[in-house]
Design a protein around this ligand. Structure first.
Ligand code: NAD
Length: 479
């Protein structure tokens, strides 16, 4: 790969700047275990600077910009992202070990998200309402002000884009906080968006740890909405803090998604494609189909194909284009996953394959297929966020749905059948915000994405996301 320029400072008020404390944090390449850059980390004073600059930028220009001008600027941002896609992809691979071919797709997705919202700006409409007393009544969708967008490390660039783009499109300013393990592509986004014509202060990027600046950001008086993607535990904390000022929140949280395969499906295709639906991004995917329910009649041949397809996955250097699974993001994350595997061994689950460290260097782990996992075991119940799947047979549709919905999560899932009525019946019953039939896709830029139950509230993507960054005002005009 050609060397890329690494951002090392916060992106504040239209320029790269040191943090007020001068503190820096070292990033480790998960593929080599070597530190490769030090990046400034923000503290509470930087949070204040960012939020105040954003508020100023909002009041003095951004909120009153015509939709036409906003559209033009966001299309420019998208164009800039497309021009710099390779650099963005390489930064993503360096800091989180994402396979370069996936990182390239995700860089393109980020640009596509900006294009979509640039085009959607003029579609954000109100209504006219024939109220009983006569006169003229209409609704306005108004921007909120300054939005805090807090994103995780597993899809750093696309998630940053799918929060920033709709928030900016609907007229807000954004303070973006990437995870401390993955600040590089968010910083790059701030730089490129500014170079593309976004005024200073409209999109700023605070690299830093959630523990150090999370509370200061969430509780800041001038923040009107917190749009968060991350773990359920931190989402709950944010919601509690936000409640004090009745701040708006949208939360995209964890998952333990089902993959349901009926005997009448093209189950061979399901078996061959399902491994990437859970092991993609090395299992560090909120939509990972980590519980596979297979109808009893096809269970044995399904397992055989599923395990064979899993063993073929290429685990290795994320910089190589043929690699499908890179390392886990950090040594700590691998230890978390290994603790789950140790628990499964202790409880007598069968390892059909995987679960070992395949390379001496890098935080790699072979994808593991677990059978005979108890429904009360941790591996079955909890989000593992690593390359581990539990596969179990089912005989009865009603009981299977009970087991599917016993999870506190409800983010995503797949179901495989060629019986249309069954597909629609089961799709209605699965408690999740996103579901695909005879497919593993979860994310479409144009469609709402989010969860039921502990998987969150509010929606990213589609026009639903733009609405979520506005307040709805009703205006009445007397005759
Ligand atoms: P995390 O909750 O630890 O961190 C997410 C972000 O929150 C990071 O930027 C972190 O620095 C910040 N943060 C941490 N403490 C904070 C605090 N007290 N206040 C404010 N911000 C704080 O999650 P993670 O480990 O980065 O990501 C993994 C989790 O994210 C998994 O549970 C995964 O399922 C979830 N996730 C969900 C989706 C979705 O769309 N539903 C997408 C990706 C990841």
């Amino acid at each position: 790969m050609t060397p890329v320029r690494l951002p090392t400072q916060l992106f504040l008020n239209g320029a790269y700047r040191e943090s007020s404390s001068g503190r820096r944090c070292s990033l480790i390449n998960p593929a080599t275990e070597e530190p490769f850059v030090e990046v400034a980390t923000a503290d509470a004073a930087d949070v204040n600077t960012a939020v105040e600059s954003a508020q100023r930028a909002w009041e003095t220009g951004w909120r009153d910009l015509t939709p036409g001008k906003r559209t033009e600027i966001l299309f420019n941002v998208a164009r800039m992202l497309r021009e710099q896609m390779e650099e963005i992809a390489q930064l993503e691979t360096l800091h989180i070990g994402k396979p370069i071919s996936d990182a390239r797709d995700e860089a393109a997705l980020g640009a596509r998200v900006f294009e979509y919202y640039a085009g959607a700006i003029t579609q954000l409409c109100g209504e006219t309402i024939p109220v009983a007393r006569g006169g003229f009544d209409f609704t306005l969708r108004q921007p909120m002000g300054v939005v805090a967008a807090i994103v995780p490390w597993n899809f750093p660039f696309p998630i940053a884009c799918w929060k920033a783009a709709p928030a900016l499109a609907s007229g807000n300013c954004v303070v973006l906080k990437p995870a401390s393990l993955s600040p590089l592509t968010a910083l790059k986004l701030g730089e490129l968006a500014h170079a593309a014509g976004l005024p200073a202060g409209v999109l700023q990027v605070l690299a830093g740890s959630g523990a150090a600046i999370g509370d200061a950001l969430v509780a800041h008086q001038q923040i009107r909405k917190i749009s968060f993607t991350g773990s359920t535990a931190i989402g709950q904390r944010i919601m509690e803090l936000a409640a004090r000022d009745l701040k708006r929140v949208s939360l995209e949280l964890g998952g333990k998604s089902p993959n349901i395969v009926f005997a009448d499906a093209d189950w061979a295709r399901a078996a061959e494609t399902s491994p990437m639906s859970v092991f993609g991004n090395t299992g560090q995917d909120c939509c990972a189909r980590s519980r596979v329910f297979v109808e009893r009649g096809i269970y044995d041949p399904f397992i055989e194909r599923f395990v064979a397809a899993t063993k073929k996955l290429r685990v290795g250097d994320p910089a190589k284009p043929e690699t499908q699974l890179g390392p886990l993001v950090s040594s700590g994350q691998r230890e978390v996953v290994e603790a789950f595997l140790a628990d499964a061994r202790k409880r007598g689950s069968q390892f059909a394959c995987g679960g070992r460290r395949p390379h001496a260097r890098g935080y790699y782990l072979e994808p593991a297929v677990l059978l005979d996992v108890g429904k009360d075991d941790r591996c079955w119940r909890e989000e593992i966020f690593g390359p581990v799947v539990c596969v179990a047979p089912f005989e009865d549709e009603t009981q299977m749905l009970r087991d599917v919905n016993a999870s506190p999560y409800g983010l995503s899932g797949s179901l495989w059948t060629n019986d249309l009525r069954k597909a629609l019946r089961v799709a209605r019953r699965v408690e999740s915000g996103v579901l695909s039939i005879n497919s593993h896709s979860s994310v479409h830029t144009e469609a709402p994405f989010g969860g039921f139950k502990h998987s969150g509230l509010g929606r990213d993507l589609g026009t639903a996301a733009m609405e979520g960054y506005t307040e709805l005002k009703n205006v009445y005009v007397a005759e």
